[in-house]
Design a protein around this ligand. Structure first.
Ligand code: NM2
Ligand code: OGA
Ligand code: ZN
Length: 388
């Protein structure tokens, strides 16, 4: 049920306006914010929806001179100096209220994120390739599970090279790297990377030596005859939540220092980047985890900080290795999984022996995935409204 604006009060000499709705909600909006976010054609390009003015075009002393309601119940503002007019729909304003404590703001943190631990094993997020390639609802469901859990499986993908690229094309674009558009994960002679051996891989995020880091990794199993080589995934955000409860100072230490990561191969590749193992936004929101024992470069913290840092690193690593956090599964030919590479760590047990194990992998980015999902959801909502 839409709420209606019932009262408008110009406050702070016109620097802001307080809006009251019929359900008791009250929120203030600054005049400069309203002017900047006006939706009229002089301010926004009608076609692209992009803003045409810059911050320097806004009068720093802009005020609300007059305010009223249109017949449709929208806020109508006249600004001064100048006589610029703009209107704002009630629902549009409601969705963008910023006059409340951060924790109360819907959508401020990413409310769709569901952290998980090993119990996710009983209800693995998964979809069938056949369904997601034939039904948009199934595709939306699968993408939604990537957004929510940072991890999802796709079954019955044709077990052939290149199929992974067509999976990425369902939601976005392959991110090509020095490993190629796609890469083959199998035992090699003279491997360029320890992933191309039968060694176990401690849970990790991929490519922390790259800036920007690829935000999605996909691995598709083409062949899994070998003994071992089981997959493991861990929700890094859940691990950080454990650390926050058990050792907040340790979390703060890992978030405060950036460390170097590097990958060098002969004269072909000299990749190096740095970042904190636990990355927080300026507001303290958890953004990303970087964790990779194979490509961590020699740490360069101040002498006084080094011993404590190693203790913190070890403590975080021990949490990441907790069996209660791990989701383990064995990929069969045709299975594919995707991880949010800033959140979910992946690894494998070692393998050897007579059989073959062959995965094909690739990187992609989550911004396009989220965009595709938002489009599918908006379409579904429109269809629903049309049906009603
Ligand atoms: N591979 C599989 O980040 C890493 O170095 C992990 C990446 C070689 C593309 C392995
Ligand atoms: C990788 C990786 C896991 C596996 O290729 O980055 O972690 O199961 N591989 O081989
Ligand atoms: Zn990896």
């Amino acid at each position: 049920m839409a709420t209606a604006i019932t009262q408008l009060t110009i406050v702070e000499s016109g620097s802001a306006i307080a809006i009251a709705w019929d359900d008791g909600c009250v929120a203030r909006f600054h005049a400069i914010w309203l002017r900047d976010n006006a939706q009229d054609p002089a301010t926004r390009d009608a076609g692209s929806g992009q803003r045409k003015v810059t911050v320097l075009d806004l009068d720093p002393n802009i005020a609300v001179a007059r305010a009223g309601l249109t017949d449709a119940g929208a806020l109508q503002v006249t600004f001064a100096p100048g006589r610029h007019q703009a209107s704002f729909e009630s629902a549009w304003l409601r969705d963008r209220i910023y006059d409340r404590p951060r924790s109360d703001r819907p959508g401020w943190t990413r409310p769709w994120i569901r952290r998980w631990d090993g119990r996710l094993m009983d209800r693995l997020p998964r979809a069938s390739h056949r369904a997601v390639t034939t039904k948009t609802d199934a595709l939306a469901g699968w993408l939604n599970s990537v957004r929510r859990y940072g991890f999802s499986i796709l079954t019955d993908v044709p077990a052939e090279p290149g199929a992974i690229e067509r999976v990425v094309a369902l939601f976005g674009y392959v991110r090509e790297t020095n490993y190629g558009r796609t890469f083959d994960v199998r035992t090699e002679v003279d491997p360029v990377n320890l992933a191309y051996t039968g060694l176990p891989l401690q849970v990790h995020t991929d490519n922390p030596y790259r800036d920007p880091v690829p935000t999605l990794q996909l691995l598709h199993c083409l062949d899994s005859d070998a003994g071992g080589g089981d997959s493991v995934v861990v929700d890094g955000f859940e691990a950080v939540a454990h650390l926050a409860r058990e050792a907040p100072d340790t979390l703060a230490l890992l978030a405060r220092h950036s460390v170097p990561f590097a990958f060098t191969r002969d004269n072909a590749t000299h990749l190096a980047a740095r970042g904190p193992m636990i990355e927080l936004s300026p507001e303290g929101e958890l953004k990303a985890v970087r964790f990779n024992n194979r490509s961590a470069a020699p740490f360069d913290l101040p002498y006084e900080a080094m011993a404590d840092f190693y203790a913190a690193y070890r403590r975080f690593a021990a949490i990441l290795e907790r069996p209660t956090l791990a989701v383990t599964f064995k990929l069969a030919a045709g299975d594919l999984f995707v991880v949010d590479n800033r959140r979910v760590l992946h690894g494998r047990t070692g393998y050897a022996g007579a059989g073959t194990r062959h995965l094909q992998g690739c990187y992609a980015d989550i911004d396009s995935l989220l965009s595709t999902l938002a489009v599918l959801e908006a379409r579904r909502n429109t269809e629903r409204e049309t049906v009603v």
